[in-house]
Design a protein around this ligand. Structure first.
Ligand SMILES: Cc1cc2nc3c(=O)[nH]c(=O)nc-3n(C[C@H](O)[C@H](O)[C@H](O)COP(=O)(O)O)c2cc1C
Length: 314
């Protein structure tokens, strides 16, 4: 009997549905026992998000400050026996793991459950996950786990559509904004149900021992395709978040009214950066596309983020 642990946090339920789809093949297999640990913040996040509250999250997300969680509900016996595989479902917030995910990964329980155990991450997000996955990879490694595979599902709309539809969804709760003009926000239904295919491969890899040996079983399946145009944007975006998070935190803790003017400056900066820097980077990317050294560097980055799990720098 193989034992797997499924850990996830989901605010709207989207990631929960993705994780259920991935793990469906395990649920119907008599050789596997599945335990589920749903992470619950001690104080639930509001949905839809209030405008200031939404921006007020970013400094703590980027600095990997854990959100206090409700007590973990997992049988002591299971904790003592350990698991053959941990599936960790999470979503990036501000190019970083969401705070409940960070809290789990930094907890003594994670150090116990992940130690010397293969870990597969499952991401559901708008489309920018590579920097967050780097942080998760570091925390999994710090907890003693072996990251072997990653599944990343992104929103169905184009980057330009989701630039509008994702904030509208998160700030108003409306998933279908201007139907007929924009694709609905969130990961497409066919991608969610199609994720069961990855689960079947994971099950095969669990039963024949490849996952325990640290071998990727999803490598050939494009389970986490990387859009090359996001590599530089995510690196630049994450650096700006890092600097701004330091500035905003000078004004106090999350919720402090003193942070509001700084958050407004940051929102203005973000708007200007998008209006000015994004077109400039489009031009720069076009020009750099003719520079062989840049093309080689970008190709190596894409290969790294697509295959990064166990093999590259662990
Ligand atoms: C505060 C916040 C920040 C977010 N930042 C990102 C991000 O950096 N990259 C991204 O692709 N999606 C981002 N998203 C979208 C989430 O990753 C995710 O798709 C959405 O919140 C739904 O997930 P759920 O299953 O928890 O409901 C963000 C969402 C929230 C609430």
């Amino acid at each position: 009997m193989k034992r797997i642990l499924v850990v996830y946090y989901s605010q709207t339920g989207q990631l929960e549905r993705i994780v259920r789809s991935v793990t469906a093949p395990f649920e119907h297999n008599a050789e596997v026992q599945v335990d589920t640990l749903q992470l619950r913040p001690a104080k639930a996040y509001p949905f839809p998000w209030p405008f200031v509250g939404f921006f007020d999250q970013f400094p703590e997300c980027v600095r990997l400050d854990p959100a206090p969680l409700a007590p973990f509900q997992l049988p002591q016996e299971s904790i003592e026996q350990g698991y053959d595989l941990v599936i960790l479902g999470y979503q990036p917030w501000y190019l970083s793991p969401s705070p409940p995910t960070t809290a789990f990964l930094q907890s003594p329980l994670a150090a116990r459950l992940l130690n010397n155990t293969p870990v597969v991450t499952v991401i559901g997000c708008r489309n920018m996950w590579i920097m967050g996955q780097e942080r998760v990879r570091e925390m999994v490694r710090a907890a003693g786990g072996k990251l072997v595979d990653n599944i990343a599902l992104v929103d169905g709309g184009s980057p330009y559509e989701t630039f509008i539809t994702t904030p509208v969804w998160l700030l108003t709760g409306r998933k279908h904004f201007l139907p007929g003009v924009f694709t609905a926000a969130g990961v497409a239904e066919r991608d969610i149900s199609g994720a069961a295919h990855f689960g079947q491969q994971l099950l095969a890899g669990l039963l024949d021992g490849r996952l325990q040996r640290g071998e990727s079983v999803l490598d050939a399946l494009q389970a986490c395709p990387v859009n090359p145009s996001y590599v530089v944007s995510e690196k630049m975006g994450w650096r700006s978040f890092w600097i701004w998070s330091w500035i905003v935190r000078l004004a106090g803790k999350q919720g402090s009214p003193l942070r509001v003017p700084l958050l407004a400056c940051y929102a203005l900066f973000l708007g200007l950066a998008i209006a000015l820097v994004v077109p400039l980077t489009l031009v720069a990317r076009f020009v750099l596309g003719y520079v062989p050294a840049y093309r080689r560097w970008l190709a190596s980055q894409v290969a790294y983020y697509q295959r990064e799990p166990a093999l590259v720098r662990q």
